[in-house]
Design a protein around this ligand. Structure first.
Ligand SMILES: C[S@@+](CC[C@H](N)C(=O)[O-])C[C@H]1O[C@@H](n2cnc3c(N)ncnc32)[C@H](O)[C@@H]1O
Length: 293
């Protein structure tokens, strides 16, 4: 599915909209007339902009930042990276802390906050959870539209944090977004830039017609593809990480090709395959900041 245009809903954001549009070489469209409209009306406006071109993605810049809308198909969905919506804030402040499966998989414990390279950052959900726990995070995402959503999500969250949530700003300061394909990055990284842990969560190939697959997932798949090179990522990650590699998989999916994981943490729908290389040393704190839990 292709990107078709960028629509802004407030003249105050016109300059920013133009910058995003230029970056993607898209037409920048004035949508201020539907700024206060109901979501259905906005969708009708977007569909009218894209009439006759089939299913496309349209960026919309609204008062909360950048959103990607799927337009012209059966799924009228939108995707945004949002690090300060109430559910995310609740998990950050009241969630399971170091007891969460992802924390155990990565090896976070009292006094141990590894520097994690998230080589498949997507919309940054997992990276944000680990940064909230005190890990320094390097995020790599290769799809430009996804990276733009992630970058803008971090900008919006920082803006919100500066105004009313200093803890959120601290978390964001542990997150660095890098524009790169991980396969190249992992293979070429210098000794000094080797992270403690490499975290992988590649897309799992799905039958796109399956009713089991959530609509959102199908739309995200049509944006990023199938990550068919994921097996190569494991090999590169194992040579790059200092202490361990962690791979998130759907619970029933096969492990990535290569060595078998030494241990597996299994949840209801996902599992974490853990490939330890060396024991994580006590007192490991690459972020220089104390963990929050
Ligand atoms: C399932 S999503 C990750 C979701 C993420 N863990 C989260 O919490 O939002 C997989 C992402 O990895 C990205 N990806 C896959 N292979 C990559 C590579 N070699 N380099 C950079 N990004 C990659 C895809 O573009 C996609 O956005």
């Amino acid at each position: 599915m292709k990107l078709s245009s960028l629509v802004y809903l407030d003249t105050a954001h016109q300059a920013t909209a133009q910058q995003w549009a230029d970056r993607f070489e898209l037409p920048c469209v004035d949508g201020c007339s539907v700024a206060a409209a109901k979501p259905k009306e906005l969708q009708r406006f977007l569909s009218a902009q894209c009439a006759g071109v089939g299913e496309v993605f349209v960026f919309v810049l609204d008062s909360d930042g950048l959103v990607l809308h799927a337009v012209g198909g059966e799924s009228q969905l939108s995707i945004r990276a949002d690090f300060h919506r109430p559910t995310v804030t609740y998990r950050r402040k009241q969630g399971g802390g170091k007891g969460q499966m992802i924390a155990k998989a990565v090896g976070v414990r009292s006094g141990v906050y590894p520097w994690v390279l998230d080589a498949t950052a997507g919309l940054g959900g997992d990276a944000f959870v680990l940064a909230s726990l005190g890990c320094r995070m390097t995020l790599l995402e290769r799809v430009p539209a996804v990276r733009a959503l992630l970058e803008d999500g971090m900008i919006q969250a920082r803006r919100f944090g500066v105004a009313q949530d200093a803890g959120l700003v601290e978390v964001l300061e542990r997150m660095t977004l890098v524009e790169a394909d991980s396969l190249n990055y992992l293979r070429e990284v210098s000794e000094a830039e080797r992270p403690d842990v490499v975290y992988l969560d590649p897309m799992f190939p799905v039958r796109t017609k399956s009713a089991m697959v959530k609509k959102e997932m199908r739309v995200f798949h049509s944006l990023v593809g199938q990550d068919t090179d994921a097996d190569g990522l494991l090999e590169a990650a194992l040579s790059c990480a200092r202490y361990r590699v962690v791979v998130k998989r759907p619970r029933i999916a096969p492990a990535l090709a290569g060595p078998s994981p030494s241990h597996v943490l299994e949840g209801k729908s996902n599992r974490y395959d853990v490939y330890p290389l060396e024991k994580l040393p006590d007192g490991l704190n690459a972020s220089g900041a104390a963990g929050m839990f």
